[in-house]
Write a protein that binds this ligand. Structure first.
Ligand code: COA
Length: 142
């Protein structure tokens, strides 16, 4: 069965949050108070679906001509099957269709090779976000 990637409706956001809590809070020990932030209100949220069940999520926050990708998470049981990449590509293509010139994100160090495969380049030093080391990564959209 093929995976469907699409923008979420407002009503579907709680399901996305559930995935984020499972992955970031329960698996990676991010404090629950830091997992949700004010950007969730204005962000465009995306989901990956297998047979109507949401198995991955991510969000884009638009800042001028740039799109900040974040909160990208695939349920552990569904990793390593191309779903994270499908989700990320959907988010990137959506940003391109909006006329944005760049996408960027804060990458957990372990995920840098994943983002490099989608054309992002790491720059600058390591910084802390919610107790996890990250690096800035950018991709220009032509
Ligand atoms: N380290 C190195 N390479 C990785 C990787 C990792 N952590 N995760 C994926 N890749 C590679 C895969 O090997 C694959 O390469 P290939 O095309 O040559 O086979 C490619 O990236 C695509 O992988 P995919 O199967 O689409 O990734 P996924 O569905 O497992 O999702 C994450 C990747 C990072 C979203 C997923 O591991 C996850 O949810 N992790 C926990 C949350 C997290 O850390 N999110 C990132 C926050 S910055």
């Amino acid at each position: 069965m093929s995976t469907i990637y699409r923008i979420l409706t407002k009503d579907e956001f709680p399901q996305a949050l559930e995935i984020r809590i499972r992955v970031f809070v329960e698996e990676q020990n991010v404090p629950i108070g830091e997992e949700q932030d004010r950007y969730d209100q204005t962000a465009v949220h995306f989901g990956a679906f297998a047979q109507d069940t949401m198995i991955g999520t991510g969000r884009v926050v638009i800042e001028g001509k740039k799109g900040k990708c974040g909160r990208i998470a695939v349920l552990k049981s569904h990793r390593g099957q191309g779903i994270g990449m499908g989700l990320l590509q959907t988010m990137i293509e959506w940003c391109r269709a909006q006329g944005l010139t760049e996408v960027y994100l804060g990458a957990q160090l372990h995920a840098i090779p994943f983002y490099e495969k989608a054309g992002f380049t790491a720059e600058g030093g390591v910084f802390d976000d919610a107790g996890i080391p990250h690096r800035l990564m950018r991709k220009q959209l032509k």
